[in-house]
Design a protein around this ligand. Sequence first.
Ligand code: GTP
Ligand code: MG
Length: 195
Amino acid sequence: MEVHNVDLTISAVAEKQYPNTQFPEIALVGRSNVGKSSLTNVLINRNKFARTSSQPGKTQTLNFYNIEDKLYVVDVPGYGYAKASKASREKWGRMIETYLTKREQLRGVIALVDGRHAPTDDDVSMHNWLKYYNIPMLTVATKMDKISGGKWNKQESLIKKTLQLDSNEPLILVSALTKTGKNDVWRWIEGRMKR
Ligand code: GTP
Ligand code: MG
């Protein structure tokens, strides 16, 4: 999609704050610091619209980005943030579970994993959880600019194997730096918007 107009409609923590629209929604989930907000910026052609940080735990709310009055991309707080208290982890769990299981406008989830490493146990749990709830999912491996081209195939196989991706489950390798994979991610989103 050609993106010109983007607006952060709301940073929500509760259901009653979700936008009252019928636009399709795509959520980004993944470990804290994996690059969800950075990928949001790539998708909307902005450098610093969604706030990013080298410190994990930057995004703390469900951030609804209205794109061209056609679609919401929802940037979700990350999991697996070691310094988070048990209470805040439970709060995160409830907030995200409510959104992912109840939101009728949700058409799919982009599940991010760090392309440099094997997916973590939390990544595997998230993947299985989304599958259990039959939520259409695109797996995206981030930070691929940090890996030499010769190792991409090996990383791709490692990610597919660790997450036990079926051959029909899509995986796209991306970089927020070089914008690799951006068009493929958009194609998947546009496919989901048609349903
Ligand atoms: P939380 O909001 O804490 O859940 O993190 P997040 O998943 O939104 O991560 P964020 O986009 O803030 O990125 C975390 C750090 O990784 C930042 O320092 C980014 O600049 C960096 N980063 C994200 N994507 C890439 C990428 O593709 N390549 C490189 N080299 N760095 C990246
Ligand atoms: Mg973030």
